[in-house]
Structures are given as structure tokens and as C-alpha cells.
Design a protein around this ligand. Structure first.
Ligand SMILES: CC(C)(COP(=O)(O)OP(=O)(O)OC[C@H]1O[C@@H](n2cnc3c(N)ncnc32)[C@H](O)[C@@H]1OP(=O)(O)O)[C@@H](O)C(=O)NCCC(=O)NCCS
Length: 162
């Protein structure tokens, strides 16, 4: 019987460490909406309209704003909007929101959009920007933001650290 071949044991300190994800590699904020880009969302060349993506960002930010303001809000400004990568038909779009500032009547929300192609689990950031909303009365005048709920409230907007 031939002697057993010694096994090569790789020292753990020489193994390639698992890749560390930084905050830049991961979505930041609360997942607010998810939608698939469809052929109806394209321009005549067949590429997804930037305006369609901005619309999804506005819908997501508006959801976060209305939740924080307990009611009617309007977009008053969009700042620092960047289009980082293109979106293709069939890509799954996820929009993340994070309230970064509140004033007397305004709410500033950082918005990121990430895409995932249908045949992969890889995510990449496609847009980001800041959306400013103003809480409005029924007469469409600026309305002071109400205080947050009690600390028992589990809703996203009451648990966001600004
Ligand atoms: C929202 C609206 C009622 C605000 O009216 P206004 O006269 O500008 O009100 P104010 O000057 O009192 O400002 C209200 C708040 O908005 C903020 N604000 C106004 N314009 C802003 C701008 N361009 N960027 C950032 N914040 C702005 C103010 O700083 C203030 O915040 P604060 O109360 O937290 O300090 C008015 O601008 C409006 O009706 N705009 C159209 C909104 C709309 O239809 N949006 C949909 C897209 S078409």
C-alpha cells in the first residue's frame, strides 16, 4: 500500500479575503419602490428615458415626504441629480430614499436608484440626487411639518436618523 499523499493545508492567513463591500457598493436608504423598465418607457432609439427614471425617483421621494408630512406635499426642487449608468428594457429598478434634512415646512430626501438586470443578481447604482418637498395645506400653501409620532411607531419616516 503506498503511503498517503500529504494534503496541502492552506494557511487561513494566506487565503484571499472575501471582498469587502463599501457603502459605495451598497444601496443606502429605505427601499421605497421597485419596478421593471418596460418597452413603453423607451425613447425612439429603444433606450430608457432619463425622464422616466426621474419620475420613479419623484414617486419614491414623494412617498417618503408624504409619510413624514402626514399628507399633501409638492416637489419644490431637485438638486445634484446624476445619471451614472444607463438602464435597459427589463432591468429591475429599485429606488431608495433617506430623509437628510427637515426645515419648518420642507423635507430634503436623498434618492438613489439601483438596477439589476433580469439574468443576474449584480446591482449597480444608476442615479442619485436630492429632492426637496414642501408640506402643503389643502389651499396649496406651505404647512409646518407635524412632530414625529411616539417612539413606539415603527414606520420608516419616524425611525430615520437625520
Ligand atoms: C411649494 C410652494 C407652495 C412653495 O411656495 P413658496 O412661496 O416658495 O414657499 P416658501 O418660500 O414659504 O418656502 C417653503 C419652503 O420651501 C423651501 N424652498 C422653496 N423653494 C426652494 C428651492 N428652490 N429649493 C429648496 N428649498 C426651497 C423654503 O426654504 C421653505 O423651507 P422651510 O419652511 O423648511 O424653511 C410653491 O413653490 C409651489 O406651489 N411650487 C410648485 C410645486 C409643484 O407644483 N410641484 C410639482 C412639480 S410641477
Amino acid at each position: 500500500m503506498s503511503p498517503a499523499t500529504p494534503q496541502t493545508v492552506q494557511n487561513s492567513s494566506t487565503q484571499t479575503p472575501p471582498s469587502k463591500k463599501t457603502t459605495e457598493d451598497l444601496p443606502q436608504g429605505i427601499p421605497t419602490i421597485r419596478v421593471v423598465a418596460m418597452p413603453a418607457d423607451t425613447n425612439p432609439e429603444g433606450d430608457i428615458f432619463g425622464g422616466w427614471i426621474v419620475s420613479q425617483m419623484d414617486i419614491a421621494a414623494g412617498t417618503a415626504a408624504a409619510s413624514r408630512a402626514y399628507g399633501r406635499c409638492a416637489t419644490v426642487a431637485i438638486k445634484n441629480l446624476s445619471f451614472i449608468k444607463p438602464v435597459r428594457v427589463g432591468d429591475e429598478i429599485s429606488v431608495y430614499t433617506h430623509i437628510i434634512r427637515t426645515g419648518r415646512t420642507s423635507i430634503t430626501i436623498h434618492v438613489q436608484t439601483w438596477k439589476r438586470a433580469r439574468d443576474t443578481h449584480a446591482l449597480s447604482k444608476v442615479t442619485e440626487g436630492e429632492f426637496v418637498f414642501v408640506a402643503l395645506t389643502d389651499e396649496y400653501r406651505p404647512r409646518p411639518l407635524p412632530p414625529l409620532c411616539s417612539e413606539e411607531c415603527l414606520h420608516d419616516s419616524c425611525n430615520t436618523t437625520i
